[in-house]
Design a protein around this ligand. Structure first.
Ligand SMILES: NC(=O)c1ccc[n+]([C@@H]2O[C@H](COP(=O)([O-])OP(=O)(O)OC[C@H]3O[C@@H](n4cnc5c(N)ncnc54)[C@H](O)[C@@H]3O)[C@@H](O)[C@H]2O)c1
Length: 254
């Protein structure tokens, strides 16, 4: 580690949904880049276990419980982070949920739940953390949207696509308002990435068919998304804001 570049040294980062999958890989990459990382997940045990496992390689990540869909829970996470570190520089709005329900069968409850986690969650976390970023005239926010938000979901229902498209509009609107405070906010749109969210909702045959249809004939890896997110958090990305960045093996080229 001695000669390694530590591009996020002295930064403090929160990764929501950091317990597993893409969030866990992002947390690992951010920690590897030198930042203090808070692994925030609705599954408290998973958040703590992941933080513990990451700490064996990088720094001292901490695991905290948060439900991004609940205002009080987000406020509690923010308070804890500010008490422990005094500031937060990086927010990764990664926590998400996906149902494959076809349109006519989507209940109002499932519609609301999807929008609450995937869209209201990033709103609540961003709103809670902007004051500390504004105070320090520095911030990096990355919203994990999806190819679904750019076009239509491969797997998820209309609620998932709507939430991820909404997140892209949210990203642009906030980017315009906070740029003058030294804060950038961008969206990353992964295609099919090899995580439990995908594995739990598809058959092997379906996955093979999807992969064979991609120009790069495989699933993306969570750590590949992590590398892209880290780049957007570094100084090298200072002039990028309000952007939508695709990472999908060529599945969607627009
Ligand atoms: N896997 C893919 O192919 C893919 C593609 C495009 C976008 N995405 C997006 O990437 C993000 C991560 O996906 P993944 O595949 O790693 O999913 P995953 O289901 O493997 O992990 C999601 C994590 O978020 C946590 N979480 C769920 N609801 C939460 C809440 N209300 N508050 C806090 N944490 C919560 C879960 O406990 C879990 O640890 C999601 O936003 C997803 O929509 C995934």
């Amino acid at each position: 580690m001695k000669n390694e570049r530590r591009e996020l040294q002295d930064k403090v980062a929160i990764v929501t949904g950091g317990g597993r999958g893409i969030g866990r890989a992002i947390a690992a990459k951010i920690a590897e880049a030198g930042a203090e990382v808070i692994v925030a997940d609705i599954d408290s045990a998973l958040a703590k276990k992941t933080a513990q496992e990451l700490s064996e390689e990088y720094g001292e990540p901490i695991g905290v419980q948060v439900d991004v869909a609940q205002e009080e829970s987000v406020e509690a996470m923010t308070k804890m982070a500010l008490k422990k570190f005094g500031r937060v520089d990086i927010l990764i709005n990664n926590a998400g949920t996906m149902f494959r329900t076809r349109f006519q069968e989507i209940s109002v409850e499932e519609w609301k739940d999807t929008l609450l986690v995937n869209l209201t969650g990033p709103f609540l976390c961003t709103r809670a953390l902007l004051p500390t970023m504004k105070k320090n005239s520095y911030g990096r926010i990355v919203n994990i949207s999806s190819s679904a938000g750019r076009s239509v979901s491969t797997l998820g229902g209309a609620h998932y696509t709507a939430s991820k498209a909404g997140l892209l509009g949210f990203t642009r609107a906030v980017a315009k308002e906070v740029a003058s405070f030294g804060i950038t906010i961008n969206a990353v749109c992964p295609g099919l990435i090899d995580t439990q969210m995908v594995r739990n909702t598809t058959t092997k045959e379906e996955l093979d068919a999807f992969m064979n249809s991609f120009p790069i004939q495989r699933l993306g890896l969570p750590q590949e998304v992590g590398d892209l997110v880290v780049f957007l958090c570094t100084e090298k990305a200072s002039y990028i804001t309000g952007a939508t960045v695709d990472i999908n093996g060529g599945d969607l080229m627009i």
